[in-house]
Design a protein around this ligand. Structure first.
Ligand SMILES: C[S@@+](CC[C@H](N)C(=O)[O-])C[C@H]1O[C@@H](n2cnc3c(N)ncnc32)[C@H](O)[C@@H]1O
Length: 221
């Protein structure tokens, strides 16, 4: 899911069988793509997380946690808080758990297998909910955002970060990738509208022009 993986070049997707695993990592290729994404998403993730603050007692949920690099990052920023990762891929859960094994044994991190569409958490649980490179694959964006809203505390922060953003007339380069991964690439306007429709306010969008990255934040109303 990055230039490093040669997937943004549209007609030149290399190693389709590997790249297909970005949607739901499985088996050996799943392990391989998660190793790659932990590295290839790092610059974007560092840029993205610079747009919000974490308190030492925050309870943070990372949806679609993949290889678990962002769980590892957040675990260094909390003291009494906790970081939970959820992902519907068994391989992602395995990888995230392995990378964060020490923090898991300290009770700082927990990794759960499950879908964004039906999360095993009480209402109003989390201070911060994040999703890096994952919303493209959510099966029903509006209902899934309602589920995110349900488990977020009132006033809590939602954050999404994507390295692909919809721009009218400029989407041809993504055609092959969109078909291969059956993914949806959202515009800033659709993200704003969808979040406002599902119980969020204070929408902010940040664009990184050089790489065309987008990250957004909003709060539960
Ligand atoms: C492209 S990877 C990104 C992984 C990681 N967040 C990163 O930035 O490197 C997408 C991840 O989202 C997960 N995912 C996709 N749809 C999901 C859903 N409906 N519920 C839970 N996880 C999902 C996939 O299994 C995969 O691990």
């Amino acid at each position: 899911m990055s230039d490093d993986d040669k997937v943004n070049t549209g007609h030149n997707i290399e190693n389709k069988e590997l790249i297909k695993n970005a949607r739901k990592p499985v088996g050996e290729l799943g392990h391989q793509i998660l190793d790659r994404m932990n590295k290839s998403h790092e610059n974007m993730a560092q840029w993205g997380v610079s747009h919000f603050d974490i308190e030492e007692d925050d309870l943070i949920l990372d949806i679609g946690c993949g290889g678990g690099r962002n769980l590892e990052r957040f675990a260094t920023q909390i003291i009494t808080g906790k970081v939970i990762g959820i992902d519907y891929s068994e391989v992602s859960v395995e990888k995230s758990s392995k990378l964060n094994s020490e923090a898991i044994s300290e009770g700082k991190v927990e990794v759960i297998q499950g879908s964004v569409s039906e999360m095993p958490f009480e209402d109003n649980t989390f201070d911060i909910i994040t999703g890096f490179e994952t919303i493209y694959f959510w099966p029903d964006f509006i209902n899934d955002l309602k589920e995110v809203n349900r488990v977020l505390k009132k006033g809590g922060l939602v954050f999404f970060c994507n390295e692909a953003v919809y721009r009218e007339g400029k989407m041809e380069k993504y055609d092959d990738l969109v078909e291969l991964l059956d993914m949806k690439i959202y515009s800033e306007d659709v993200l704003k509208e969808s979040l406002e429709k599902t119980g969020f306010n204070d929408f902010k969008a940040y664009l990184e022009e050089e790489n065309d990255w987008i990250c957004i934040t909003a709060r539960k109303s």
